[in-house]
Design a protein around this ligand. Sequence first.
Ligand SMILES: Cc1cc2nc3c(=O)[nH]c(=O)nc-3n(C[C@H](O)[C@H](O)[C@H](O)COP(=O)(O)OP(=O)(O)OC[C@H]3O[C@@H](n4cnc5c(N)ncnc54)[C@H](O)[C@@H]3O)c2cc1C
Length: 373
Amino acid sequence: MTYDLAVIGGGVHGSTVALFAARGGMKVVLIERGQLCREASGVNAGTLTMQMTRVALIPYALRAHAMWASARDWLGHDVGVVVCDGLSLAFTAQEEELLTFRAGKRREAGAPIELISGAQACAVEPGLSAGVRLAGYCKVDGYANAYLTGLAYRRALLEAGVDLRENVPASGIAREASGFVVETPQGPVRAKRIVLAGGVWIEPMMAWLGIHLPIKTLVNQLVVTERVRPVMRTVVGIANGLLSLKQYPHGTVVIGGGWQGVGDRARGGVELLPDRIIGNVRLACHAIPDLKASRIARAWAGLEAETADALPAAGPIPGIPDAYVCGSVHSGYTSGPYIARLLADRILGREPDLPLFPIDRLLAPRGVSEASQ
Ligand SMILES: Cc1cc2nc3c(=O)[nH]c(=O)nc-3n(C[C@H](O)[C@H](O)[C@H](O)COP(=O)(O)OP(=O)(O)OC[C@H]3O[C@@H](n4cnc5c(N)ncnc54)[C@H](O)[C@@H]3O)c2cc1C
């Protein structure tokens, strides 16, 4: 059997492309090495925010936020999305300057962020420290329960008729006259088109096609507290990006901000760095002082992909008709579903509502690329 489309990698990007392509009438197979959304898409902080999103991605993130807010309608299953206010804080004059610049750029791009005083921020978020000088205030914010993502997508994909192959690692791709052959332990899988959606593993996947696309691996650490009484009601960040904080309805508080642990794409996240976790937690307690009374329940690390210019790799693979890549989206949980849906539109032969992010810009001229390997 030859599928219309084979998607390799079942994170939020691959799962969304597969879902919309199947709903658009294609015969789709999704090949996932482990279980759906158990890498970045299942272990992330779940924040759905404009304030940490790259300026160029704001139009995408706004549409993606609307998708998450209506996930029950299009995904059909619950991922625990809560839409609430978001605050990005400045405690120092330097942070005020940074916040004013960042908020201004995002506002120009369409994000409804306004600057408010520390006192106004405390009215929005009563749990906030009195030391806040200025805050970016955005009503388009919120969070999801990332660990529910895979469960929700699995049901939706099966309902859409996707041939879902979990615990099946792809190990290579060959081209043939009618399309592609994906090598798996279950035998070859044939498809007319392919999408590579392997998160930080997009780089080795692209190498199967002889293309060198450098993808940086970030090892983000996260902390979750025990369940505590309500200490906050908004999503809180800080101007320099080193904090993201929210309390879930059942009482736990998830603390992140991209503090790096140890790991790589070959081994995963292998070591947490306690000094950095403490730094992250101290910053959280500085922002929301009542957090000082709560204990850490668990900490973990996950791998986030980033291209050289920190913009997505989402579009056709140059020189290989019917091959596509989708990933490396900064704040990719927020924006991922929308960007992946755009790619599905393109694959279905429809004009995407917003431009994709072709990877030509990220590929070194062939001679240079080969010399640098
Ligand atoms: C700790 C952490 C916190 C984050 N917090 C946020 C946040 O709060 N808000 C936000 O917007 N973004 C956040 N992000 C970023 C976001 O999680 C990612 O951008 C997004 O989930 C990436 O999705 P993806 O589908 O591209 O990759 P992934 O979710 O990593 O999926 C790639 C999939 O490919 C599979 N795969 C790899 N190799 C193979 C193979 N050979 N064969 C088959 N399958 C293969 C993997 O098993 C994996 O399931 C965070 C990331 C991390 C790590």
